[in-house]
Design a protein around this ligand. Sequence first.
Ligand SMILES: Cc1cc2nc3c(=O)[nH]c(=O)nc-3n(C[C@H](O)[C@H](O)[C@H](O)COP(=O)(O)OP(=O)(O)OC[C@H]3O[C@@H](n4cnc5c(N)ncnc54)[C@H](O)[C@@H]3O)c2cc1C
Ligand code: SF4
Length: 326
Amino acid sequence: MIPFRYERATDAPSAVVTLRENPGAKVLAGGTNLVDHLKLCVATPELLIDISRLPLDTVDTWGDGTVRIGANVRNSDLAAHPAIRRGYPMLARALLSGASPQLRNLATTGGNLLQRTRCVYFQDLSTPCNKRNPGSGCSAIGGYTRYHAILGASEHCVATHPSDMAVALTALDATVVALGPNGERRIPVPEFHRLAGDEPDRDTVLERDELIVAVELPPVVPGAVSTYRKVRDRASYAFALVSVAAELRIGDGTIRDVRIAFGGVAHKPWRAVGAEHSLLGAEPTLRAFSAAADAELSAARALPGNEYKIPLIRRTLVATLRELVE
Ligand SMILES: Cc1cc2nc3c(=O)[nH]c(=O)nc-3n(C[C@H](O)[C@H](O)[C@H](O)COP(=O)(O)OP(=O)(O)OC[C@H]3O[C@@H](n4cnc5c(N)ncnc54)[C@H](O)[C@@H]3O)c2cc1C
Ligand code: SF4
């Protein structure tokens, strides 16, 4: 580990000032991702700003039904919160499918959104990686690709985003509240993470001197049902091979509202807009679910080594939608 300075933030605005004044600074929340990267020298900050004791740790429901989740709310506390369990079961299930109970007790909402890819080459300093070292090349292309992208990949990076929580937040049309030198700005979660393009080192649109202070959930859609289904190598403590977050509202025998996102298939949580369009107004039948999968996956491109993901995400989407209407 390379030596660094450590400061404990006293409030969010002063943490932003410290971030702005120290280009080599990084924020520390639960530390479950960042501390690993410090040990591996994947992250080499000059200064760590510890925000873990800032009072950004409450879940509040506003008069209009919006739920505001503080950036420091732990994953386990969020999954257990009555407002989340009752109103957003998809989010509770996504959180509980992530990591292990011990990790969820430390991991925060802000840190989970900003966790970095689990591409093995990203964590291995002896190999080229455009995300870790821009311009050095991508070892995964032509290498080990079992966990890599089938949608929206670039010639510079084929990594996937590892978060479960972020997939549910993408489907739910949640909003990130970021505090920067010019005050707060709101970023829709579906636009928060980036495709790799020719800048794979940038995972999100968050600026270097911005702090996530909260995530907001829109009010519950009356009559909607939702869930999260994750396919992985073992039942616990494993990242998604693929996952589906889905919400449906049926009225008079047809689909009136639908929101779907995929995990494990792209550089960002993947909002399945093609599948949503295909399902809106349709009867909730197996045929309609298969057509929705076809609509979304016509653009999927496998790499040698991850061909299995295309039929797997297809079947997982159909099974998830069937579960919601049964
Ligand atoms: C063995 C293992 C298995 C795991 N399995 C899963 C899994 O199955 N599914 C899953 O979703 N996750 C999984 N995780 C990842 C885990 O969920 C993340 O490590 C955790 O959510 C990160 O949160 P943190 O608070 O610890 O972040 P930290 O490690 O403290 O920070 C992560 C990043 O976010 C930045 N950051 C943190 N908070 C803020 C903020 N408020 N504003 C701006 N920047 C911020 C930090 O600077 C850092 O870059 C696993 C982790 C491990 C170690
Ligand atoms: S897929 Fe992305 S993270 Fe993995 S080696 Fe290539 S550039 Fe690095």
